[in-house]
Write a protein that binds this ligand. Structure first.
Ligand SMILES: N=C(N)NCCCC(=O)O
Ligand SMILES: [Zn+2]
Ligand SMILES: [Zn+2]
Length: 314
């Protein structure tokens, strides 16, 4: 049986009908999903502008124009694999601890039959339970973290579970492979030099936004690939890695970021690694204009799905 693809846009115009990611079938319309795009409308962990809870709905709307063939990766992801929209994982907006537990359980349940997840947030808090779920299946994972921020801070207002702390917690929990951790696109003022020292102590390598500019995409990709090797890899994309010109719709914007072209080019350089899961987070549509950020996020999600579609064992 061929995989069920998106709605035929020559019969039903793209702008008509329910918004699922890329107009793909819902998870209950297929017997087995190889790859699922799933939303997590949660933003109770933010430190500045709220609104990422509306990210999944905005990505679905902005993804209506995505087409079924990826020329740069030479793959038709929805033919190669059964890709679905798994809807949203509903979590408690008033209790971060409970939300994290629920999300971990639901992600584990979705993954149980070998389905690989591309999760659309939601704020960056959600990366922690998603990493826990990935590590449960694959052991400690290599992490490629695209973000203006380190997100390895210890606490905010004494609270350990926030969108600025997921990778500190993940590191403490032993679910990251500390020999292959990279931040990409880092920039902006910090609280102090100690932020960098502590981050380095956790094992992270940093490719700043300026490094990407100076070294270019090809050298950046080479260095990242060498570090990752054949380890199980989780990719976390905070959309604020992009310059506010490319992603105004986000909660903690920082000037001097990457272009969406650079980000997509780097992602395309990641083919034939052992990608086990990914997320795109921190899209806050209320600050967006003309869907600039939502379109960027939906293309990032499409590229991540395409990378998973190329995986031999996914
Ligand atoms: N956007 C994310 N994930 N984190 C930003 C935290 C930066 C801060 O409030 O100091
Ligand atoms: Zn960030
Ligand atoms: Zn972040």
């Amino acid at each position: 049986m061929p995989n069920i693809g998106p709605l035929d846009s020559s019969r039903v115009p793209r702008f008509a009908g329910f918004a699922t990611f890329a107009r793909l079938p819902r998870i209950d319309q297929v017997e087995h999903a190889d790859v699922a795009v799933v939303g997590v409308p949660f933003d109770s962990g933010v430190s500045y502008r709220p609104g990422a809870r509306f990210g999944p709905a905005a990505v679905r709307e902005a993804s209506r124009l995505l087409r079924p063939y990826h020329p740069e990766l030479d793959v038709s992801p929805f033919e190669a694999k059964q890709v679905v929209d798994a809807g949203d994982i509903a979590v408690n907006p008033f209790n971060i601890g409970e939300a994290i537990e629920t999300l971990q359980q639901e992600a584990e349940a979705l993954q149980a039959n070998g389905t690989r997840l591309v999760t659309v947030g939601g704020d960056h808090t959600i990366a922690l339970p998603l990493l826990r779920a990935a590590a449960k299946q694959h052991g400690p994972v290599a992490l490629l973290h695209f973000d203006a921020h380190l997100d390895t801070w210890d606490t905010y207002f004494g609270e350990p579970y926030t969108h600025g702390t997921p990778f500190r917690r993940a590191s403490e929990e032993g679910i990251l492979d500390t020999s292959a951790l990279s931040h990409v696109g880092t920039r902006g003022p910090l609280y102090g030099k100690r932020d960098l020292e502590e981050d380095r102590r956790l094992g992270f390598g940093i490719v700043t936004s300026g490094d990407v500019l100076r070294r270019g995409v090809a050298e950046t990709v080479d260095a990242l690939r060498q570090r990752i090797g054949d380890r199980p890899l989780y990719v976390s994309v905070d959309i604020d890695v992009l310059d506010p010109a490319h992603a105004p719709g986000t909660g903690t914007p920082e000037a001097g970021g990457m272009t969406s072209r650079e980000l997509l080019e780097i992602l395309r350089g990641l083919r034939d690694l052992n990608l086990v899961g990914a997320d795109v987070v921190e899209l806050a549509p209320a600050y967006d204009h003309a869907e600039i950020t939502a379109i960027a996020a939906s293309h990032v999600a499409y590229d991540l799905v395409s990378l998973l579609a190329l995986e031999k064992n996914a």
